[in-house]
Design a protein around this ligand. Structure first.
Ligand code: ZN
Length: 287
């Protein structure tokens, strides 16, 4: 059975993997995210050095991405403030190099797929995966289908009520104090001078309060029966428990699913990104 090439494209690093036909990952590599030419070129070279003859390649990449297969810029990065990557073609170089099916999804959609298949969403019909890290983003899957409208959802860029004790203006380049502009890692450092893990309970309560408001919004619009919170900020000790309580308070026991039970950490741990790329590769291969 042919192997799969796996790419987890992040804003600071690309994680690569090779999986066998059964999905076991046999090799891994990490590359810094520099320019598209350099990073994608090094990824192709590494796959070749592994002797990869892929049945399919799966890419789970930071966005925003053009995911409409009919669009001329399918598989390109759109609207990013990340230097060099605005308009970058992420899918084309791999198609040209290997001539196999190449699937692409956002990193959060990939993680939602993987958590649904093999992680915290097993046995559940619907799952919302949200990362709170360099940015905030979410992917929603129900009965095996990822939610998509004119483009993929941008759940980190929603408005939330302002915490009464928080005067930070927000640092989203597009919206100022949207959720991402208030609780992503860069916003936390801009407001308090260091990562949340080095700060106290008061700051953690503010971040948890905002995420609680957001979860009430996502429950009202999607009613997920599992909500998985990943990303570097969520690794802060005790934050998940604070978010659960804040979400329960914000939701007022109105929605299906008690946040104290349905809000969980990723079941696949740090592997959810690469496993997301595997799920995308398997879909591209028609499996
Ligand atoms: Zn925003």
């Amino acid at each position: 059975m042919a192997e799969y090439g796996l790419i987890e494209g992040g804003g600071t690093k690309f994680v690569l993997g090779v999986a066998d036909g059964a999905g076991a990952i046999r090799a891994r590599e990490r590359l810094p995210t520099t320019t598209p030419d350099e990073t994608l070129g090094r990824a192709i070279a590494w796959f070749r050095a592994q002797g990869l003859a892929p049945g399919a390649i799966g890419i789970a990449c930071f966005g925003p991405l053009q995911l409409d297969p009919q669009a001329p810029d399918f598989g390109h990065v759109t609207h990013t403030v990340k230097p060099h990557w605005n308009g970058a073609d992420v899918i084309g170089p791999f198609r040209a190099a290997f001539g196999c099916p190449v699937g692409i999804e956002t990193d959060v959609n990939g993680a939602a797929l993987a958590e649904s298949l093999w992680g915290a969403g097993q046995g559940r019909r619907s799952l919302l995966y949200v990362t709170v890290g360099t940015g905030v983003g979410g992917g929603f899957i129900a009965d095996g289908t990822l939610l998509r409208g004119a483009s993929h959802p941008e759940m980190g860029h929603i408005r939330v009520p302002r915490h009464p004790g928080d005067r930070f203006a927000g640092d989203c380049a597009f919206h100022g104090d949207c959720l991402e502009g208030l609780v992503a890692g860069p916003a936390i450092r801009a407001r308090w001078g260091q990562p949340l893990s080095g700060l106290g309970a008061e700051e953690a309560e503010v971040v948890a309060w905002y995420l609680g408001q957001a979860i009430a919004t996502w429950q009202a619009t999607l009613q997920p029966d599992r909500i998985v919170l990943g990303g570097g900020v969520m690794e802060t000790t005790g934050l998940l428990e604070r978010v659960r309580e804040a979400a329960a308070a914000a939701g007022g026991d109105y929605f299906a699913g008690d946040p104290r039970e349905i809000v969980v950490a990723p079941g696949l741990g740090a592997d959810s990104g690469l496993r997301g790329a595997l799920a995308v590769a398997q879909r591209a291969a028609g499996r």
